[in-house]
Design a protein around this ligand. Sequence first.
Ligand SMILES: NC(=O)c1ccc[n+]([C@@H]2O[C@H](COP(=O)([O-])OP(=O)(O)OC[C@H]3O[C@@H](n4cnc5c(N)ncnc54)[C@H](OP(=O)(O)O)[C@@H]3O)[C@@H](O)[C@H]2O)c1
Length: 320
Amino acid sequence: MRVIRADGAGGPEVLVVHEVPRPEAKAGEVLIEVTAAGMNRGDVMQRHGHYPPPEGVTDVLGLEVSGTIAEVGDGVEGWSPGDECVALLAGGGYAEYVAVDARQVIRPPRGMDLVTAGGFIEVAATVISNLDLAELTSGETFLVHGGAGGIGSFAIQYAKSLGAKVVATAGQPQKLDLCRELGADVAVSYHDDWAAAVKDLGGVDVILDSIGAKYLDAHVSLLKRDGRMVTIGLQKGRRAELDLGLLLGKRGTLMATTLRSRSAEEKAEILARVAEVTQEGFANGVFRCVPVREFALDDVRAAHEFFDSGDHTGKLVLRP
Ligand SMILES: NC(=O)c1ccc[n+]([C@@H]2O[C@H](COP(=O)([O-])OP(=O)(O)OC[C@H]3O[C@@H](n4cnc5c(N)ncnc54)[C@H](OP(=O)(O)O)[C@@H]3O)[C@@H](O)[C@H]2O)c1
C-alpha cells in the first residue's frame, strides 16, 4: 500500500510516496481502509522537522482519518468490517490503510459524509477538550485567531453552542465573512489593530491561542479578571516575556496542551466527549460542516503547497 513520509526536512518536495506492506490489526486494534486523511498544521511542522512523532509512533504523516473498518483485532468489541468510522492518530494517516487502537476510533457524526469526516476529529477533539479545560461558559467572551481555519472554524461554533460571545480574527475579507457566517459576533482582521478592537469590547474571558509568543503580551493584557488562556499552537514563536504582575492582578490562568502524545485512555475519554457533543450536532444544525477541499494522496506535495500558501478555509483532506 502507499504511504507518505517526509524524506528529510523542508518544503513539500521532501514528501515522498512509499510502498509498504499493508498492516494488520493487532489485539485491541482495528484496521481502517482510509477514505480521507485530514491535513493539519502539525503535519507541516513535522515536515519541517519541528514536530517529530512521539516515541514508538510511525513516521508516516497524518493525525486523523475517516474510513471503513477492514479488520477487527482480538478483544475489540463494537466494530465489524464495513463499519464507517473516524480515528484520532498519533501518526500514520497519510496511507491507504492504518491500524489503530480501537479506543481512538468513533463513528462519524450523523449526517456527515465520510470525506468531510476525514477532517473532523482532530479539530473537534482539540477544540472541545481545550474549551472544556478552560471552562468556557454561557455569557463569557471568547477569542480565537484564524476563525476560518481548521481549528478556528469549529472553535467559533463550539463556543457559540456553549452560549459564549465569540470574537474571531482572520487574514482576508472572505475569511472574516466565513467567521461571521459560522456565528462569530465580532470578526476582526489580524492585519489591523485587532487587540484595540478586543479592548473596546471590554476584553475576553477565554482565549484559544494558536499563535504563541507574538501575541502573549496582548493576550494577557486583554484577559478579564479570572480570565483563562489555553495555548495549543506556536505559529508565531515559542519564547516571549511574560508580565507576571499583570497576570497576577487579573488572577489569570495560562495553560498549554497537546493532543498527539496523550495515551489511548486519555484519547478515549476525549473522544467520548466529542461523540456526546457532535454525534447529533451536525444533523440537527447546531454545527455545520465547512467546505472541505480534496487532493489525491499522490498529489500530497501540491496539497502541502496549497496549505502553506494560507489561502485555504476550513479543512483539506487527502484521498488515497
Ligand atoms: N495542541 C494541540 O493538540 C493541537 C491540535 C491541533 C492543532 N493545533 C494547532 O492549532 C493551530 C491551527 O491548526 P489548523 O490545523 O487549524 O491550521 P490552519 O487551518 O492552517 O489554521 C491556522 C490559522 O492561523 C491563522 N493565523 C496565521 N497567522 C496568524 C496571525 N498572525 N494572527 C492571527 N491568526 C493567524 C490563519 O488565519 P488565516 O487563514 O485567516 O490567515 C489560520 O486560520 C496550529 O497552531 C496547530 O499547531 C494544536
